[in-house]
Ligand binder design. Structure first.
Ligand SMILES: *Cc1c(COP(=O)(O)O)cnc(C)c1O
Length: 354
């Protein structure tokens, strides 16, 4: 794929990486853009100065939500090299989302090339402080100006970049999680496995409720029986029960996290038995009561590993591992972040150095 590069004439001030960067608030100097037109395919790949879009208010994405997004990070190690973590997996998942949403596929190698190229152009924006990274947000929107319900014939594929602060400013900190027993996020046959805005719109009401009660995230139950554990807001969920690592199997309503896949592989390489299966909230409560539930943690690109110290289900509030970080959670965090920033040798072949 040919990518035209047009550099900005008025570069912004790169923020002080030692200061608070927060998440998703600061954007770099450039963005990647590519158009799709029916009959012509994807065309006009370019890196251009970061700028607003001009779209018709009738653009289909505004009305029926035909869009998909991805999320990954670029890391700058002590060696000064910029690394991406398994970007081929994001490219594959983007197409799984595209297929479900009737968005044309993007060739995997073009997706990865686009990410690499725009990150390379803005590589001075990859922060260097421990725990910081450049968040990469690829997304596709439907742009036909038409109010009928049908797949759009035109799209934009865009990648924007945002330097982000450390998720944990003072070491790994356990979070409290609200097991949602009223609202559901997704059902099998729906769009739960796709990374798309609609899933997040559907999650807000429960998130607000959980926040109001002092819990940081929602843990979803299955949409049919509200009995089986699915996943957390933007993370997959893992349990250590009687020495085994257990996580809900991918049933079609759960987002197939890349961190989830990495954690499964790393745990297996350490000799743990890993079970991908159905796990009911009743089994979880029983395991906690008997002392078999040793650790709970979420996995996702943002936090990598998010230890869970407290789980609320209806009137039950369960404290996990005395509210402390478990040893497996800590070791997984150290290992995966070590691969990402190049301090550990990558025996898995997961990192892509620019
Ligand atoms: C992105 C996402 C995850 C985590 O996926 P990673 O690839 O590990 O970042 C989990 N659940 C949902 C709903 C998500 O959108």
């Amino acid at each position: 794929m040919d990518i035209r590069i047009e550099k900005t004439k008025s570069p912004k001030q790169i923020p002080d990486f030692k200061g608070p960067l927060g998440f998703g608030k600061i954007f770099t100097d450039h963005m990647f853009v590519m158009n799709y037109t029916e009959g012509k395919g994807w065309h006009d790949a370019r890196v251009i100065p970061y700028q607003n879009l001009s779209l018709s208010p009738a653009s289909m994405v505004f009305h029926y939500g035909q869009e998909m997004f991805e999320g990954l990070k670029a890391y700058k190690g002590k060696d000064g090299k910029v690394r991406l973590f398994r970007p081929d997996m994001n490219a594959k998942r983007a197409n799984a989302s595209n297929d479900r949403l009737c968005i044309p596929r993007i060739p995997e190698e073009d997706f990865v090339q686009a990410v690499k190229t725009v990150v390379e152009v803005d590589s001075d924006w990859v922060p260097t402080e421990p725990g910081t990274s450049l968040y990469v947000r690829p997304f596709v929107i439907a742009t036909d100006d038409f109010l009928g319900v049908a797949p759009s014939k035109t799209y934009l594929f865009i990648i924007i970049l945002s330097p982000s602060g450390a998720y944990y400013s003072s070491g790994l900190a356990p979070v409290g999680i609200w097991i949602e027993d009223e609202y559901v996020r997704a059902v099998r046959g729906g769009i739960g496995f796709a990374k798309t805005g609609g899933n997040y719109a559907a999650s807000l009401a429960a998130q607000v409720k959980a926040h109001d009660d002092g819990y940081s995230q929602v843990l979803w139950l299955d949409g049919v029986e509200r009995k089986y554990i699915e996943e957390v807001g933007a993370m997959n969920i893992f349990f250590k029960i009687n020495g085994k690592i257990v996580t809900p199997m991918l049933s079609g309503s759960i987002l197939p996290g890349i961190t989830r896949n990495s954690v499964i592989n790393v745990c297996k390489s350490w000799g743990y038995e890993v079970e991908e299966r159905k796990i009911s909230v009743d089994e979880l409560i029983a395991a906690q009561k008997s002392g078999a539930l040793e650790e709970v943690f979420g996995t996702g690109t943002a936090a990598v590993i998010s230890p869970v110290g407290k789980l609320r289900y209806k009137d039950d509030v369960m404290t996990i591992n005395g509210g402390d970080i478990g040893p497996v959670s800590q070791k997984l965090y150290d290992t995966i972040t070590g691969l990402q920033n190049g301090t550990l040798e990558d025996t898995f072949g997961w990192t892509v150095t620019l």
